[in-house]
Design a protein around this ligand. Structure first.
Ligand code: SIN
Length: 331
C-alpha cells in the first residue's frame, strides 16, 4: 500500500490528485469540528519552559503546532521562523554544512577535491552554465555529528565530525518546548531535493536510541511527505511540508515508514532586502548563531544565490539523538 501511494504522488505522467494531502494551513480557517475530518489536532504550546530563545525563531506562544491523530507521535510546527531565520538556515545548509570535515555524497570520480570539500564556494565561482547545473544537481546529502553510513546503516564512534552549535541549540529549543528536555542532537543528515527528486520509503532505525524524537526541518520548495505505519502494508497519510516547517517523529511514529514522493514548486523567490527589525531584537541568544551570517542574509545581493537555489529545490535537515541516556559513546 505504501509503495502504491508513493507511486501515485510521484507519477510524472499525470498530475497527482492532491485532495487528500493534509495542509495544516487549511485547518485554521475551518471550524473545530472539521478538524476531525483532517485527523489533525491543534496543540497548545506551554508557556512554562524557561528556554533560551534564538534569533530568527518566533516565541513558542506564537507557534502553531499540530498532532496527526492517526499517526500518534507526529507533530508539525508550522513555520516558527522569521523570514531572516529561514534565510539563515538555508544559507548554513548550502554554504557551510557541506564543507569538510562533513561528508557529502559527491563522487570522487565525478568531482575534484575542491568541489567535494567546499561545494558551495565552487558553485558560486562557476561560470560555465552546464557545469554549474551538473554541480548543483549532484548535491544530494551531507552528514555530520555521527555520520550516517548508508551501506552498513551502522554508526561508528570513529566516524564523526563536530555537530554545529547553532543547529544543536535550535533542536534543543524545539525539544525542550515539546517536553523532551534531555534530547541530545548527535547526528544530522541534510538532504537536498531538486524539484523532480524523491526519497523512497524507509524507516530510521540505525540509532541505538530509538525512542528519542527525530527533528526534521524543511526550507525552500514544498514536499509531499508520506507517513505510514511500521509495515509497508499500511496506507500512509500525505502531508504538505512547507518552508520553515518542523516535523517531529516521536513515540509510536519514530520507527514508522516515511518518504518524499514529490517536491512541488509553491514558494516564490524571496529577493527583497529585509528591515533590521529582527536584528535589533536579536540580542537574546545572539551568541548561539553566526550573527555575521544572520545579518548578511537580509541583504538582497548576498541572499541572491541562495534564493536562486531554493527557487527550484527543497532542503531538509534531519536531526537525531544516537546514544542512549547516560552513554557517552557507542559501545
Ligand atoms: C528523511 O527521512 O531522511 C528525510 C525526510 C524529508 O526530507 O522530509
Amino acid at each position: 500500500m505504501f509503495r502504491l501511494v508513493f507511486k501515485q504522488y510521484k507519477s510524472k505522467s499525470s498530475s497527482p490528485d492532491l485532495t487528500d494531502v493534509i495542509n495544516v494551513d487549511d485547518i485554521d480557517i475551518k471550524q473545530n469540528d472539521l478538524h476531525q475530518n483532517y485527523n489533525v489536532q491543534l496543540l497548545s504550546i506551554s508557556n512554562e519552559h524557561n528556554v533560551q530563545m534564538i534569533p530568527g525563531i518566533k516565541r513558542p506562544t506564537d507557534w502553531r503546532a499540530y498532532a496527526l491523530t492517526h499517526h500518534p507521535g507526529i507533530i508539525i510546527i508550522r513555520n516558527p521562523f522569521t523570514e531572516r531565520g529561514q534565510r539563515y538556515w538555508t544559507a548554513r545548509c548550502l554554504r557551510d554544512y557541506p564543507r569538510t570535515p562533513n561528508i557529502v555524497n559527491l563522487n570522487e570520480r565525478l568531482f575534484n577535491d575542491a568541489v567535494r570539500s567546499d561545494w558551495w564556494k565552487q558553485l558560486d565561482q562557476c561560470s560555465d552554465s552546464d557545469e554549474f547545473q551538473r554541480m548543483k544537481a549532484a548535491m544530494r546529502w551531507t552528514t555530520f555529528g555521527y555520520h550516517h553510513n548508508w551501506d552498513t546503516k551502522l554508526y561508528d564512534e570513529q566516524m564523526q565530525s563536530p555537530f554545529p552549535e547553532d543547529l544543536g541549540s535550535m533542536c534543543r529549543l524545539f525539544a525542550t518546548v515539546l517536553g523532551y528536555c534531555d534530547f541530545r542532537p548527535e547526528a544530522a543528515i541534510v538532504n537536498y531535493y531538486p524539484v523532480g527528486s524523491t526519497l523512497s520509503g524507509h524507516t530510521d532505525h540505525s540509532e541505538p536510541n530509538k525512542s528519542a524524537p527525530l527533528f526534521s526541518l524543511s526550507f525552500g520548495q514544498t514536499a509531499i511527505f508520506l507517513i505510514g505505519g511500521t509495515t509497508l502494508e499500511e496506507k500512509p497519510s500525505a502531508i504538505y511540508l512547507q518552508s520553515g516547517d518542523v516535523l517531529i517523529m516521536s513515540e509510536a511514529s519514530r520507527l514508522c515508514y516515511h518518504a518524499v514522493p514529490r517536491i512541488i514548486k509553491t514558494q516564490k523567490l524571496w529577493n527583497s532586502t529585509l528591515t533590521n527589525e529582527d536584528i535589533n531584537d536579536a540580542d537574546n541568544g545572539s551568541n548561539l548563531l553566526d550573527m555575521d551570517l544572520f545579518k548578511k542574509v537580509g541583504d538582497s545581493n548576498f541572499w541572491q544565490p541562495f534564493s536562486n537555489y531554493i527557487d527550484d529545490s527543497r532542503i531538509n535537515i534531519n536531526v537525531r539523538q544516537v546514544l542512549n541516556p547516560g552513554d557517552v559513546k557507542l559501545s
